[in-house]
Design a protein around this ligand. Structure first.
Ligand code: ADP
Ligand code: MG
Length: 447
């Protein structure tokens, strides 16, 4: 499949795609959409920012358009991601669609949602907790819902959510089509997912559990107490929107306050805020009303804010996979992005877990590796800075910015930065330059 036209989609959907300027499918879309249209269950993985949403949303909308009795449920781990997916669904359905939808998340009025549910929606997008509330109160029926999507599958099948999911599935028909997508998929989750699918087709574009290749990564070894001044320096030296990940809700608020005091436009996003505040923060960040978003891991997964140019891991994530997802908030749809991780002595355990995830072979071989791989700066004392792209060496062939990376081809300018055609060998390099110099060098490289 080269173009969406080859799929013979309903005219209304084809028109929406033109309107959205989606002309060519990304690799995950090219592989998943035909199989999904044929009715298969799918377990799909592809790197962050490569168009997994439309890979499930296009077949879902096509089903709704062609089967007047069809209905679908999409489950997401966070409210913000749910909203983003609902927006894409609405765009695909088009402004004139008569298909009713319901958006069912926590933190919003039950009454408004009950009204949406009474109108017999054929598409429900939401988070598991609130959906269960409605199911238990008899506000929602799913016995006729034959199409199910779990976005960010590995998070959804994680311990925190499985009880909720199992309850929801009990209300659904056994005979249904299930699509699951993520950029990361630990083996135990892959195994567990089989329980919920019928003969699933496994689609893996590129490697699973890798940081998207178009992200310039830096690691700064630093003492905990020096992190804040180092952050200020980084923010001063970088331009464009930034997302800074921190560990706690309280820490997010405090940092946003401190940054504002220090003259940086910033705001915080975390799970303790009222939903209307969360909405407002996201809206303002999307509109670039402020530049630096301080977030907990609720923002790690799925959010597509194309103008984010830098990700800062101020604190490392609790779960190694989230490192990959956090990084993936930049460099969307083939754009370039950069990421920086502050690693203090207290972070060693988490950092090793991340290294093991990103480079399992090297981690198994750690004893020898320190002697063999001077280029990663791990010989003897760790270097202060390390810089690399991606997390694994790949074949070193020059990229043409097209299919290999699974990049969307929409011809849109990405942050105004042209694509680099340079080969990316993914090897970490020593980098002794100061922050400022390095940043400008990066800018130049991107230009
Ligand atoms: P993922 O879920 O893989 O992280 P998304 O589905 O959020 O990625 O898509 C990333 C970006 O790519 C979005 O801004 C989306 O609009 C854009 N995109 C997706 N598919 C296409 C396409 N076929 N053509 C152009 N842009 C696309
Ligand atoms: Mg996604």
């Amino acid at each position: 499949m080269k173009n969406f036209e080859d799929l013979g989609l309903s005219p209304a959907l084809a028109k929406s795609l033109v309107h959205m300027k989606y002309t060519k499918p990304t690799p995950i879309q090219a592989r998943a959409i035909p199989l999904a249209l044929d009715g298969h269950d799918i377990m799909g993985t592809a790197q962050t920012g490569t168009g997994k949403t439309a890979a499930f949303a296009i077949p879902l909308v096509e089903k709704l358009l062609t089967d007047p009795r069809g209905s679908a449920l999409v489950l997401t781990p966070t409210r913000e991601l749910g909203k983003q997916i609902m927006d894409i669904m609405q765009q695909l359905l088009g402004p004139k669609s008569s298909i009713k939808t319901a958006f069912i998340i926590g933190g919003e009025s039950m009454g408004k949602q009950v009204n949406q549910l009474r109108a017999r929606p054929r598409l429900i997008v939401g988070t598991p907790g609130r959906i269960n509330d409605h199911l238990e109160r008899g506000n929602m029926m799913l016995h006729d819902t034959h199409f199910l999507v779990l976005d960010e599958t590995d998070r959804m099948l994680d311990m925190g959510f499985t009880v909720q999911l199992e309850r929801i599935f009990k209300y659904m028909p056994d005979k249904r089509q299930t699509l699951m997508f993520s950029a990361t998929l630990p083996k135990n989750i892959l195994k567990m997912s089989e329980k919920y699918m019928h003969n699933p087709q496994r689609i893996a574009v590129g490697e699973t559990n890798v940081v998207a290749r178009n992200i310039q990564q830096d690691v700064i070894r630093i003492e905990q107490n020096n992190k804040y001044p180092a952050l200020l320096e980084q923010l001063e030296n970088r331009s464009g929107s930034v997302i800074v990940f921190v560990k706690t809700k309280h820490g997010a608020d405090r940092m946003a306050r401190n940054l504002r005091r220090d003259g940086v436009q910033s705001d915080a996003l975390h799970g303790d805020l009222r939903q209307n505040k969360r909405d407002r923060v996201m809206q303002n960040f999307r509109k670039q009303t402020f530049r630096v978003l301080i977030a907990t891991d609720i923002a790690a997964r799925g959010l597509d804010v194309p103008h984010i140019e830098h990700v800062v891991n101020y604190d490392l994530p609790q779960v190694a996979e989230d490192f990959i997802h956090r990084m993936g908030r930049t460099a969307r749809a083939g754009a370039e992005g950069s990421a920086i991780s502050f690693v203090s002595d207290q972070d060693s355990r988490k950092w090793h877990a991340i290294e093991r995830l990103l480079n399992p072979d090297a981690a198994n071989d750690r004893g020898h590796q320190n002697k063999r791989r001077p280029q990663n700066g791990k010989k003897g004392k760790p270097s202060r800075h390390k810089s690399s792209r991606g997390n694994k060496p790949h074949n070193g062939k020059a990229q043409n910015g097209k299919s290999q990376d699974g990049k969307p081809h929409n011809g849109k300018p990405h942050n105004g930065k042209p694509q680099s055609d340079k080969p990316r060998n993914g090897k970490p390099q020593n980098n002794k330059q100061g922050n400022k110099k390095r940043f400008h060098r990066n800018k130049k490289k991107a230009a």
